[in-house]
Design a protein around this ligand. Structure first.
Ligand code: HEC
Length: 290
């Protein structure tokens, strides 16, 4: 096996191993980063929903409770305020979603989809669980969801969610007596579910990955070519010429010109040693002949 082949095989093996390891590590890091970014967005949206809920309870409801026996205003209900506000957000951010998915909801638009019902059941079964996040494939692309349990922590909630006879009649007039009742204190009745699209951050990560790998391959190609040229100029060509000359000299052919001893590298030292050996040999031969 020639020097060049050996050299290139080792170079290629090192590169392939480096390419695989770097590819795997950078892909993992970029994907993780994209997911963390989306998770951060989802948590921010969740906080925004909680802020709207708190605002409704603290600043809107107190002004309107007085007239609630005449007309029930859903605008005073935190769940309604949060759902409506984040619905507005969807005008500009279509794939973002917020839902107060509830197993037995007052407003039927809060009915859970199957996967949301699964989340609620898992919150019900594991009281210590405060958050579930995950990913789903939908026709509009991959979504990341974050869910928090909705637990009935205050007896005040039961005024409107226990039995229809204790609920405000004005509310029953709008929502009817069939849904959203029978909730118990400390029960998990539903889950706040935020969905955030992942396609753009994932595509950005994939793009960054492609650019990085192509640059790495380009750097390797340049290194490969430069090292091969250096190998040719500095080692293979002079060594091939030296060995051809040594062949000739070994058969008694001293017509060859001396080797140029340019430079201070190992090949130049070899060339000067060869020249000296050749001169000694030539003298020795002349002495024998003479
Ligand atoms: C004054 C009556 C009233 C009180 C008190 C009340 N709710 Fe409601 N709640 C409603 C109404 C009405 C709706 C439906 C709003 C809509 O149209 O989206 C609702 C909706 C909800 C929803 C969304 C699911 C669904 O049923 O449509 C949740 C979750 C919820 N309430 C939780 C609570 C919690 C927790 C409390 C106590 C902190 C509470 N509610 C107190 C009247 C009330």
């Amino acid at each position: 096996m020639g020097l060049r082949l050996k050299f290139n095989l080792v170079l290629l093996a090192v590169f392939l191993a480096g390419f695989a390891v770097t590819g795997y590590v950078s892909r993992t890091l970029l994907d993780r980063h994209a997911r963390e970014q989306v998770l951060g967005e989802a948590r921010l949206l969740m906080e925004a929903a909680l802020a709207v809920r708190a605002y409704t309870v603290d600043q809107v409801r107190p002004h309107l409770v007085g007239q609630m026996d005449k007309v029930f205003l859903p605008q005073t209900v935190p769940a309604f305020a949060a759902t409506e506000t984040l619905q507005h957000l969807r005008r500009n951010y279509a794939n973002y979603a917020y839902k107060e998915a509830t197993l037995n909801p007052t407003n039927l638009r809060d009915r859970p989809a199957d996967w949301e019902a699964d989340l609620i059941h898992s919150f019900r079964n594991r009281a210590e669980q405060k958050e579930i996040s995950g990913e789903r494939d939908t026709p509009t692309g991959r979504l990341l969801y974050v869910a928090h349990p909705i637990r009935i922590e205050s007896p005040a909630c039961l005024q409107c969610h226990s039995t229809p006879d204790v609920a405000p009649p004005s509310m029953i007039r709008i929502y009817g007596p069939a849904n959203g009742f029978g909730w118990k204190l400390n029960e998990v009745v539903g889950a706040q579910v935020v969905s955030v699209p992942m396609s753009v951050p994932l595509e950005n990560a994939a793009q960054a990955f492609r650019t990085f790998m192509v640059s790495l391959a380009a750097v390797f190609a340049v290194v490969f070519v430069v090292l091969n040229l250096l190998l040719s100029w500095l080692i293979i060509r002079p060594v091939t010429r030296l060995s051809a000359a040594a062949d000739k000299v070994s058969t008694g052919d001293f017509e060859q010109p001396e080797f140029p001893e340019k430079g201070g590298d190992e090949v130049a030292v070899l060339a000067s040693s060869f020249n000296r050996m050749r001169r000694s040999l030539e003298k020795a031969m002349q002495m024998i002949d003479g």
